[in-house]
Design a protein around this ligand. Structure first.
Ligand SMILES: NC(=O)c1ccc[n+]([C@@H]2O[C@H](COP(=O)([O-])OP(=O)(O)OC[C@H]3O[C@@H](n4cnc5c(N)ncnc54)[C@H](OP(=O)(O)O)[C@@H]3O)[C@@H](O)[C@H]2O)c1
Length: 313
C-alpha cells in the first residue's frame, strides 16, 4: 500500500466558506452533486466530456469550463464523478500538472486497489487526495439519508468539509484510501444479494400467479424484520463462536428445499444454489451442527482481519 503521509498538509485554505469547487462529469450523480454545491453558495465550475449537459447548472449559477485544464485550474478542490477508474486516468492524466497543489476527491466507484493506485498517482504529482463512496442515489443528494464515506488524509477531509457536507452526512473511515470503496462495495454486496433473493422470491410466487407487487408488500416488512438478526450474527462471527448455544444450525439452514421447489417449478436456481453451496462446504467439512453464521467461513480466507471500525463524522 502506498505511503500517504505526504498528503497530510492540505492545499485547501483552513476556513474556506464559500469554497470554490470543480465537478468533473455531469452524469446523473455529478449533476446532482454540482447542483448541491452551487445551491449552497460554493462557486462551482463544471465540466463534462460531452457538451450540452451543463445548461441547467449554469442557470443555477455554475460556470461551465471550456476544457478539463480550465476546469481543474479553476478551483482548489476538484471532484471527479466520471464513469469508472479508467475514465479518471484518461481525463486527469494529461492535466496532472494543472492539478498539482490542489485537492482531488474521487467519488467514482472503484475497487480498493484502484483507489490506492489513484492515491499513489496523485501523491506522486503533488496532488492531495481523498476517496469517496456515495451511499445514495442522485435524488437523495443533499437530503435525508444521503451519506458519503471518505478515506484518505483526515486533514484533507476536514478542509473540504464545507463542500462535502452539502451532499449529505460525511463520514471519514481512515487514512487508507482503499477503505471507502471497501465499505462501499461491501454494503452494495449485501444490497445486491438481498435484491437478487427478492427477485428469486418473485419468480417463485409468480408460478402461482402472484404479482411482484403483491409479493413486495409481504417481502419488505419481512426483510426489515430479519435485519434485526444481523447484530447477533456479527457477534458470533467476531468471536468465531459458531458452536455457542441458541444458534440455528447449518444443517437446519440448508436451503435444499428452496432449491428443490424452484427446480420443481422449472426456475433457475442460481441464487438459492449459491447459498446452498456456502452451507454445504461447512457441512461437508463436519460443521453441520454449528450455527448458520459459520457460512461466512466459506467466503473468507485465513487472511481476513477482524477489527471494529465505525467511522467518524
Ligand atoms: N447514479 C448513482 O446512483 C450512483 C450512486 C453511487 C455512486 N455512483 C457513481 O458515480 C459515478 C458516476 O455515476 P453516474 O450515475 O453519474 O453515471 P452516468 O450518468 O452514466 O454518467 C457518467 C459520466 O461519466 C462520463 N464519462 C464516461 N466515460 C468517460 C470518459 N472516458 N472520459 C470522461 N468522461 C467520461 C460521462 O460523460 P459523457 O456525458 O460525455 O458520456 C458522464 O458525465 C460512477 O462511478 C457511479 O458508480 C453513482
Amino acid at each position: 500500500m502506498p505511503d500517504q503521509s505526504a498528503a497530510t498538509a492540505p492545499a485547501l485554505p483552513s476556513t474556506p466558506s464559500p469554497l470554490p469547487v470543480t465537478v468533473l462529469g455531469l452524469g446523473a450523480m455529478g449533476s446532482a452533486l454540482a447542483a448541491a454545491t452551487a445551491e449552497a453558495g460554493h462557486p462551482t465550475t463544471v465540466w463534462n466530456r460531452t457538451a450540452g449537459r451543463a445548461d441547467a447548472l449554469v442557470a443555477a449559477g455554475a460556470r461551465e469550463a471550456t476544457s478539463v485544464r480550465d476546469a481543474v485550474g479553476s478551483s482548489p478542490l476538484v471532484v471527479a464523478v466520471l464513469l469508472d477508474h479508467a475514465s479518471v486516468h484518461e481525463t486527469l492524466g494529461p492535466v496532472a500538472d494543472a492539478l498539482a497543489g490542489r485537492t482531488l476527491v474521487d467519488l467514482v466507484t472503484t475497487t480498493p486497489e484502484e483507489s490506492r493506485e489513484l492515491a499513489a498517482w496523485a501523491t506522486s504529482h503533488g496532488i492531495d487526495y481523498l476517496d469517496g463512496g456515495i451511499m445514495a442515489v442522485p435524488a437523495m443528494i443533499g437530503g435525508p439519508g444521503s451519506e458519503v464515506l471518505y478515506s484518505g488524509s483526515r486533514a484533507v477531509f476536514d478542509a473540504a468539509r464545507p463542500v462535502l457536507d452539502t451532499w449529505g452526512e460525511s463520514t471519514w473511515l481512515g487514512e487508507d484510501p482503499g477503505l471507502a470503496p471497501l465499505y462501499d462495495l461491501a454494503l452494495l454486496a449485501g444490497m445486491y444479494a438481498m435484491f437478487a433473493g427478492f427477485f428469486h422470491g418473485v419468480a417463485m410466487v409468480g408460478t402461482a400467479g402472484v404479482s411482484a407487487t403483491d409479493f413486495a408488500r409481504r417481502a419488505a416488512p419481512w426483510l426489515v424484520a430479519m435485519t434485526s438478526g444481523l447484530a447477533d450474527y456479527a457477534d458470533v462471527i467476531d468471536r468465531r463462536d459458531y458452536g455457542g448455544p441458541g444458534q440455528q444450525s447449518l444443517e437446519f439452514s440448508d436451503p435444499s428445499d428452496m432449491v428443490r421447489a424452484s427446480e420443481e417449478a422449472g426456475l433457475a436456481t442460481d441464487v438459492v444454489a449459491a447459498v446452498q453451496a456456502l452451507v454445504r462446504r461447512q457441512v461437508d467439512a463436519g460443521h453441520g451442527a454449528d450455527g448458520f453464521a459459520r457460512a461466512v467461513e466459506s467466503i473468507r480466507t485465513d487472511t481476513t482481519r477482524t477489527h471494529t471500525a465505525g467511522g467518524t463524522r
